[in-house]
Design a protein around this ligand. Structure first.
Ligand code: IPD
Length: 285
């Protein structure tokens, strides 16, 4: 196992950035090939419910990322949304969502991303999320800040907005894929909505975390996201000044509806009180 002092987390970030950019190109190329003659929905299957899709592009993008890591870093572990599950011999693990926002991808909505996080001995140390359509690359390494790099090559350091009042806060959230989970989420949303500026449901948890980091929303919460949805976003949001709550132990395929949230450090105490007052702290089935 590697100690945190012996590793260069910036190397992990930069390696993940290269992979994410290549995967994003692959996704755009394959999507264009399919949509030239077909509806992309006929190239998909369902997972946990009839509305939880995986397309052949998700599978191809994950295979590309997994094969690359396996070739370049054979002792590292890999956890991927579409099935990759390789134990780590080095202490380093990569957590991959090849397309976060698959429903947007299928419908041609531009909010979907490749997300690659690096963990060392269970700690989130580096993360990269790329908005595939805009080619906006969010990246961070623990202790080294978070940055966004735009398509034209310009970069900006990410900082959360410093709102302190939930009533004036724009909140991103998301919903799971089962009817039971959605019913529980709707009940909580009904309580939250009157107490905040407004709600956004954009369809990619990875990008929602990046939006907290860049200040285009003030906070994000959701029950039941998986580790691959937010592993990279956790580092990006924290390095931009957010407080992030995630489960202490995150079993890979757990169906538990545990709460995850991120908010600027200034907003976090009041946001946590709000979530707690509407009963959002517990799990949703
Ligand atoms: C989904 C998205 C969505 C969130 C869901 C996730 P997927 O990931 O991140 O925003 O609300 O909980 O499952 O299925 O598009 O990879």
């Amino acid at each position: 196992m590697v100690g945190m002092t012996e590793i260069n987390v910036r190397e992990f970030r930069d390696y993940a950035a290269g992979l994410a950019q290549q995967a994003a190109s692959l996704i755009l190329t394959k999507r264009a090939e399919i949509t030239a003659t077909d509806d992309i929905r006929s190239h998909s299957q369902t997972k946990t419910s009839a509305v939880d899709p995986v397309t052949e592009v998700d599978t191809a993008a994950e295979a590309f990322i997994v094969d690359s890591i396996h070739r370049d870093r054979p002792d590292d572990g890999i956890i991927g949304e579409e099935g990759a599950d390789i134990p780590s011999k080095s202490g380093v693990s990569w957590v991959i969502d090849p397309i976060d926002g698959t429903v947007n991808f299928m419908y041609g909505l531009g909010e979907y991303a490749v997300s690659i996080g690096a963990m060392v001995d269970g700690q989130y140390v580096a993360g990269v999320v790329i908005n595939v359509v805009k080619q906006t690359l969010y990246s961070a390494a623990v202790g080294h800040g978070a940055t966004v790099t735009y398509r034209d090559g310009t970069s900006t350091i990410l900082r959360c907005r410093q709102e302190t009042d939930p009533q004036l806060s724009l909140i991103a959230t998301g919903f799971g894929y089962t009817q039971t989970r959605r019913s529980g989420q709707a009940k909580i949303l009904q309580e939250v909505l009157p107490q905040v500026r407004d709600i956004r449901r954009m369809g990619s948890a990875a990008l929602d975390m990046c939006r907290v980091a860049e200040g285009t929303v003030d906070a994000y919460y959701e029950h039941g996201v998986k580790i691959w949805d937010v592993a990279a976003g956790i580092v990006i949001a924290r390095e931009a000044g957010a407080q992030v709550r995630v489960p202490e132990v995150w079993e890979k395929n757990s169906a538990r509806g545990t709460l995850v949230w991120a908010a600027s450090a200034e907003l976090a105490p009041a946001f946590e009180r709000l979530l707690s007052s509407v009963g959002a702290n517990g799990e949703i089935d």
